[in-house]
Design a protein around this ligand. Structure first.
Ligand code: GLC
Length: 706
């Protein structure tokens, strides 16, 4: 067994792992030293530290200090230590390779050469945890073992791979209909429109604003007829209001988190004063999960769960302290220290540690302080929704993703990477975060394309889309008060470029879905650092290029006003420069460093040696895709192959039934290229239109009937 478990003190069961591994005596631990509440590993110069899922900075986490502590912080700057997720898996890769997973419900600090360049120090603040040490010869092997340990990742419906448009908020029915009409009139494909908090009656979960959405049911039906699903938001906090069913029912059944005195804890979020459902308590979790039915009965098939770190704008006690301080200092001549104290009291009202230390959960009959399980709250909200949806239809895939998360939640839903900003740096961070997210089990994921906060410029949206069309979750979302960033919010040139990219996304769905499903079902990664597959020293340090699926290497342009970029090829590859589905140029490039040019309306991808990229046609939505004829771009050296996975896209039969596989092989017979296909299960594909590019640059066209 290449995984060893060591239990320190008496940790609660986080339900993060699915394998039962017997705990070993801690004295048998090697390579890792224990010092009080910390684990210490010496780092060699060449060691790379991967992991930590959703977090700031690069793919290699060396040189900074990170905290696993789900945080509602919209300022995703380099000096931050945590974002919304707590993903405690790291992989040290050097001469020796080692995976470390800290299974723990509360704060963990990862000092990865921040204090001492040559040392990794992991501190588990409350000192109770399960430690998993994973050995293996390669990064992929260790990651796969870890992924098997934590169980198979969530699989969304296939339509969730279509383009999704969001904004805080499309305020009423007319605006939603107008938006959908705009997409359809302009023939820009779309699968989902998001409903942010304003669809609810005064931000109350599982209610509808009857004034702005008077015919909600009909809206859902009409949109669906047009191939568009509406995806409403659900927040963690439930408004305190007499007569509001969720409030009264939850109070009566005792399903809310309690304060020190056993009374429901009061905090404030969007609706004003709220109670938080106690998702750690099984009964409360099932209770909240059952409420999604209200919207499912109206035809809703997907949800995003938000504010579930949980975000707290203020609490009663915090507010009281702030008012007392103001009162105390009123009329006084404040020195600088008292002024800062006053300012910090006000600024510290939100997401305060005091608040996280003053409410409690019922964990298997035990009263547990929130801070002791903080990182499991969002996880269990996702679980709550997933369980509720499963009860409604156990074989149906719903779209579900969350803001806060911890390892374990990846089995129940995806995540989006939260409130980023319309900054070029955030496009870059989005790229770098992807492999680390995959390592930690988050496969269905993506960022708010174009950026959530701030004003997105047309060139940023275009370049961001050139990257995001490859991520499983492709959603354009932006905050209240920011400039509109729909594809048609800018000049006509930008609209055309973005439409071309969305069309291309739909053509890519066969490949993206196939790669997503194969990676998910085999516990592999879909986005990998180059160093996972190529061992040369340059590949190991490249941070802004990724391998994506079986065939591709991506090298997105993420700098403003760039008209190209440098790229490193770890082996000979085929560069495909793309303007749109019908305008692509090919160039065989040798191993090494290159510069490629790409104006704003074009970008490049790279096909690996003896690999191929299948491309379908675009369509108005995923369910209208017609892939009877596929174009295949193949870079043939000796023998190229590809296995195209498919399934019904809506049921959970993928868990039990064999998939529909189309395997394609192109090989030399003498000087001719011969195509062979094998179908397992069934396929809708009848014909392949192959463009084979040979190493010497020669292009051969082959039509192959299946
Ligand atoms: C949070 C979410 C964001 C949403 C907003 C309003 O900031 O992260 O996506 O638009 O709340 O609901």
């Amino acid at each position: 067994m290449n995984i060893k478990r060591f239990t320190v003190a008496n940790p609660i069961n986080c339900h993060a792992v699915v394998k039962d591994i017997k705990s070993e005596d801690i004295t048998k631990l090697t390579k890792v030293e224990i010092e009080d509440k910390s684990l210490i590993v010496k780092l060699e110069d060449e060691d790379i530290v991967y992991g930590l899922g959703e977090n700031v900075r690069g793919i290699n986490k060396r040189g900074w200090i990170f905290e696993s502590y789900c945080s509602d912080d919209p300022n995703h700057a380099q000096d931050k230590r945590s974002l919304y997720g707590a993903h405690n898996f790291i992989l040290i890769s050097g001469k020796e390779k080692l995976g470390i997973y800290i299974d723990c419900p509360s704060k963990v600090v990862f000092d990865i050469g921040y204090t001492n360049l040559g040392e990794l120090k992991i501190t588990v603040v409350d000192g109770e945890y399960n430690l998993y040490i994973i050995n293996g010869d390669t990064e992929s092997e260790i990651t796969k073992s870890f992924r098997k340990l934590i169980g198979q990742s969530y699989v969304p419906p296939k339509w969730a791979f279509g383009y999704q448009q969001s904004r805080w908020s499309y305020k009423d029915e007319d605006e939603v209909r107008e938006l959908a009409k705009n997409f359809r009139d302009k023939e820009i494909p779309i699968d989902c429109i998001y409903l942010d908090i304003d669809y609810m009656e005064r931000f109350k979960n599982f209610t509808l604003n009857k004034e702005s959405f008077p015919n909600f049911d009909k809206l859902v039906v009409d949109m669906k007829k047009d191939g568009i699903k509406l995806i409403p938001i659900i927040d963690a906090g439930c408004k305190i209001e007499k007569g509001y069913e969720i409030y009264e029912d939850g109070i009566e059944k005792g399903h809310y988190c309690k304060d020190e005195d056993g009374k429901p804890f009061v905090a404030a979020v969007w609706p004003g004063q709220v109670h938080f459902p106690d998702f750690l308590d099984k009964d409360a979790r099932l209770w909240f999960g059952s409420k999604y039915k209200f919207l499912v009965d109206k035809g809703i098939e997907g949800f995003w769960n938000d504010m579930n770190e949980p975000a707290i704008f203020y609490s009663e006690q915090g507010l009281k302290k702030a008012f007392d301080k103001i009162e105390e200092y009123k009329g006084k001549n404040l020195d600088i220290y008292s002024f800062f104290e006053l300012k910090d009291t006000i600024l510290g009202l939100s997401n305060s540690n005091n608040d996280y230390n003053s409410f409690y959960h019922n964990v298997d009959g035990k009263k547990v302080k929130h801070n002791d399980i903080h990182n499991l709250y969002g996880y269990n909200m996702t679980k709550s929704a997933a369980e509720g949806l499963e009860k409604i239809d156990e074989n149906k895939r719903f779209l579900l993703f969350s803001r806060a998360s911890a390892i374990g939640a990846h089995r129940y839903g995806g995540i989006w990477t939260g409130d980023n900003t319309s900054l070029w740096e955030h496009l870059e961070m989005n790229v770098k975060m992807m492999p680390n997210l995959n390592m930690c089990g988050y496969m269905y994921t993506g960022a708010d394309t174009g950026g959530f906060g701030g004003n997105c410029t047309p060139d940023l949206l275009t370049r961001w889309m050139q990257w995001s069309i490859f991520t499983p979750l492709l959603r354009n979302h932006s905050a209240m008060g920011t400039r509109n960033q729909e594809p048609f919010a800018y000049d006509l040139g930008t609209e055309k470029s973005v439409k071309n990219l969305i069309d291309l996304r739909y053509a890519l769905v066969p490949y993206i879905y196939s790669e997503f499903m194969k990676a998910t079902l085999n516990d592999d990664m879909m986005f990998e650092p180059l160093g996972f597959k190529y061992s040369d020293s340059t590949s190991r340090t490249v941070e802004d290029q990724l391998l994506m699926g079986d065939s591709l290497m991506l090298a997105p342009i993420y700098k403003q006003n760039s008209k190209g970029r440098y790229v490193y090829l770890p082996e000979e590859m085929l560069m495909v420069k793309i303007k749109n589905i019908d305008e692509m140029e090919f160039e065989v490039m040798p191993k090494g460093h290159h510069y490629f040019e790409a104006n704003l309306d074009e970008f490049a991808i790279f096909i690996k040696k003896d690999k191929m990229l299948p491309l379908g046609k675009t369509a108005k939505s995923v369910e209208s895709l017609n892939n009877e004829k596929l174009k295949v771009i193949a870079f043939v050296n000796e023998k190229a192959n590809y296995n195209l996975y498919d399934d019904d896209g809506v049921s959970k039969n993928y868990k039990t039934l064999k998939a529909d596989n189309l395997s394609i092989e192109i090989k030399y017979v003498g000087n001719d290229l011969k195509v062979e296909t094998v179908v397992e299960g069934k396929t809708t594909i009848k014909e392949l239109e192959i463009t084979a590019i040979l190493s010497n640059g020669e292009v051969r066209k082959i039509n192959h009937k299946i």
